[in-house]
Design a protein around this ligand. Structure first.
Ligand SMILES: NC(=O)c1ccc[n+]([C@@H]2O[C@H](COP(=O)([O-])OP(=O)(O)OC[C@H]3O[C@@H](n4cnc5c(N)ncnc54)[C@H](O)[C@@H]3O)[C@@H](O)[C@H]2O)c1
Ligand SMILES: O=C(O)[C@H]1O[C@H](OP(=O)(O)OP(=O)(O)OC[C@H]2O[C@@H](n3ccc(=O)[nH]c3=O)[C@H](O)[C@@H]2O)[C@H](O)[C@@H](O)[C@@H]1O
Length: 362
């Protein structure tokens, strides 16, 4: 029964947003890059979906609003504007809707920005996550949680490819440290309250509707504007490489994690058997140097002259490379889009999107 106050509060919400699959998923960070793609994919396959996002100004908010109007609204995904630190709001939502799963993507995500605004990482990635876990453990439905972690937790590990059991106690950024802390906090809530939790370590995700604070995105802008770009070098002038992973493969991994998540076994703290706890890499398992990334972009953008400077940079993780054998077994995960194809799709979106904005044909 939805009370008058609750109807007033969230008119579009019902106790079970329409679901053909029996899943009702709460997606945090739903106006974000991965959150928008995942929410649309869930809705399209018949899941009930309710999103939440605080629409912060870490990067261009018009891009978040465009994802809302061009992707989420069109797919019929209802997104609440709010913060995962707002316990009153979360408790209202969990009292109104019987979620079966939480796809937790909301976070302060940039690696380098942590040196500019460290507290935003503590607030969203630690306080916010604990607040969400507190609401989930007190909820009746106790939905299974699938939470975004990051390849950056492997830190200064030189043993590649990275497997989930490799050491992750040498983070090279505050961002990485907060994502690792998130994994440990999740383990504690799994142990104490028997919450079913899966942590997914995404590896440098790219694609249409991506993030303007990431290298592939602003390199595209700078190359088109004939602006100089700086390619960081690792220790001893070593090249930097990333296991760039296309958004569609990451989304499929998230959906499989939801499908294979086991229900929480807790009943408000009384354990009824081992609850599921998983940490799984989602990557492309084929690292590519940043130089090669730039060469592909220049070819796609048909820009010849090189405006590249090399910049030695300490503390940068030299290479990321995912071992995805666990993802294959647990999630039936597979990579379907290689970097050349993925960047071609991104560049097409980029040119269309900014053309439309320039002609303000929206
Ligand atoms: N994109 C990648 O390469 C990558 C790789 C590894 C891990 N991740 C993780 O995946 C998740 C999604 O990343 P993304 O690339 O889509 O980033 P994104 O910044 O586009 O999405 C995050 C969204 O969360 C929202 N948000 C942030 N703090 C919030 C808060 N306190 N309350 C409510 N909303 C809040 C933001 O407004 C944003 O829309 C993040 O947890 C990130 O750390 C991303
Ligand atoms: O894989 C991950 O887990 C992380 O991937 C990205 O973090 P980052 O590796 O910094 O991604 P980019 O900003 O795309 O940078 C990729 C590489 O390009 C290099 N780079 C970046 C910026 C620049 O101006 N020049 C340059 O050479 C960096 O060394 C970096 O290693 C995302 O921003 C994080 O949210 C995510 O957690």
């Amino acid at each position: 029964m939805v009370s008058r106050a609750q109807k007033h509060f969230c008119p579009q919400l019902s106790t079970k947003p329409h679901s053909r699959t029996g899943h009702t998923v709460f997606v945090t960070g739903a106006a974000g890059f991965i959150g928008a793609h995942a929410s649309v994919a869930l809705k399209r396959r018949g899941d009930g979906v309710v999103g939440l996002d605080n629409f912060n100004q870490y990067y261009d908010i018009t891009l978040k609003k465009s994802r809302l109007s061009k992707l989420l609204d069109r797919a019929g995904v209802f997104v609440v504007e709010g913060d995962i630190n707002d316990g009153v709001l979360l408790r209202k939502l969990f009292g109104l809707v019987q979620f079966t799963h939480v796809l937790h993507l909301a976070a302060q995500a940039g690696v380098r920005y942590a040196m500019v605004n460290p507290n935003s990482y503590i607030r969203s990635n630690i306080d916010g996550f604990v607040n969400l876990l507190e609401v989930v453990k007190s909820s009746i439905a106790q939905p299974a949680i699938i939470s975004a972690s990051s390849s950056s937790v492997y830190g200064l590990n030189s043993k590649v490819p990275f497997s989930e059991k490799d050491r992750t106690d040498q983070p090279a950024s505050l961002y990485a440290a907060t994502k690792k802390a998130g994994e440990e906090i999740a383990h504690a809530y799994n142990h104490i309250y028997s919450l079913s939790i899966t942590g997914l370590r995404f590896f440098t995700v790219y694609g249409p509707w991506g993030r303007p604070d990431m290298a592939y995105f602003f390199f595209t802008k700078d190359i088109l504007n004939r602006k100089q770009i700086s390619i960081f070098e690792g220790p001893n002038h070593g090249t930097i490489a990333r296991d760039f992973t296309y958004i569609d493969d990451i989304v499929n991994g998230c959906l499989s994690a939801i499908d294979t998540a086991k229900k929480s076994t807790g009943t408000g703290g009384k354990k009824k058997g081992e609850a599921q706890f998983r940490i799984i890499n989602l990557g492309n398992t084929s690292p590519v140097s940043v130089h090669k990334l730039v060469n592909i972009l220049e070819k796609l953008l048909k820009v010849k002259e090189k405006k590249v400077v090399l910049m030695p940079r300490n503390g940068v993780v030299p290479i990321t490379h995912a071992n995805i054998s666990l993802a294959r077994v647990e999630l039936g995960y597979k990579r379907t889009v290689d970097l050349e194809m993925g960047l071609k799709k991104f560049v097409k979106w980029y040119l269309d999107y900014y053309d439309a904005k320039k002609n303000s044909s929206w």
